[in-house]
Ligand binder design. Structure first.
Ligand code: ADP
Ligand code: ADP
Length: 229
């Protein structure tokens, strides 16, 4: 069973046809990179998976449950499939540590002590433990993005989605964020990454999907060959 399955999925924004007959399956353990020109529907495809966009027709199954069925709870999907955005989306009035402990306490019902212990371990993994008492505005974009990744990891999700995680960063910050992403990929996290970073794709991806004008034009598990052609 695939973790995520798109069957004949279409998405319209008004009259604009953003996703055209998408048929894709994503498995647990895969690191998938989605590339393609701006406006080709990559972000839309990603955002449908955790219900940030609705689909217009077709079926989208998450762990075999249709995302549009009445029994499907988006909060459950979002607990299980984390997302990292281009613009970090951290809470500005909370410290780094509070940003990370919030959902584990509220949603997973961890005690504050457990949540802090978990958060500190993860902050250490992303190289941000020394900034745990800082507020987001005191951090660089690259540091904020590493905190956003830590926040995703703190929920111990089955999968993490990344929507152009380095596109809003100054060039000198990009490497640190990609290094963290490489590390968690090597630790076995299931990931779908929309990015323009071809070096990352070539090095880390198990599979590359190429989209253009709302369609999947290529879907290759032979990443090396994909980039040679
Ligand atoms: P990509 O991630 O490949 O750059 P997007 O999925 O963000 O592409 O967008 C695909 C197309 O859909 C673009 O032309 C974009 O302008 C349009 N689009 C995205 N979101 C909306 C929206 N909320 N309303 C109308 N059009 C949208
Ligand atoms: P980010 O860079 O943070 O991913 P985007 O600029 O891609 O943000 O999009 C921000 C929001 O605007 C998204 O919810 C997206 O769906 C919406 N959006 C994108 N393109 C359009 C558009 N052409 N018309 C209306 N809304 C759009």
């Amino acid at each position: 069973m695939s973790m995520i399955e798109f069957k004949n999925v279409e998405k319209y924004y008004g009259k604009f046809h953003a996703l055209k007959n998408i048929n894709l399956e994503f498995e647990k353990g895969e690191v998938v990179v989605v590339i393609g020109p701006s406006g080709s529907g990559k972000s839309t495809m990603l955002r449908t998976i955790n219900g940030l966009e609705t689909i217009s027709s077709g079926n989208l199954l998450i762990n075999d449950k249709d995302i549009r069925s009445k029994e499907t709870k988006l909060t459950e999907i979002r607990r299980n499939i984390g997302m990292v955005f281009q613009h970090f989306n951290l809470y500005p009035n909370k410290t780094v540590l509070e940003n990370i402990t919030l959902a584990p306490i509220k949603v997973l019902k961890l005690s504050e002590t457990e949540a802090i212990e978990r958060a500190e371990k993860i902050l250490d993994r992303v190289g941000m433990l020394d900034k745990k008492d800082s507020y987001p505005s005191m951090l660089s974009g690259g540091q904020q993005q590493r905190v956003a990744i830590a926040r995703g990891l703190a929920m111990q999700p089955e999968m993490l989605l990344f929507d152009e995680p380095t596109s809003a960063l100054d060039p000198e910050m990009i490497g640190d964020v990609l290094d963290v992403m490489k590390k968690i990929a090597h630790e076995g996290m299931s990931m779908i990454v929309v990015t323009h970073e071809m070096g990352f794709a070539r090095e880390v991806a198990d599979r590359v999907i190429f989209m253009a004008e709302g369609q999947v034009l290529e879907d290759s598990r032979n990443v090396k060959e994909f980039f040679e052609n």
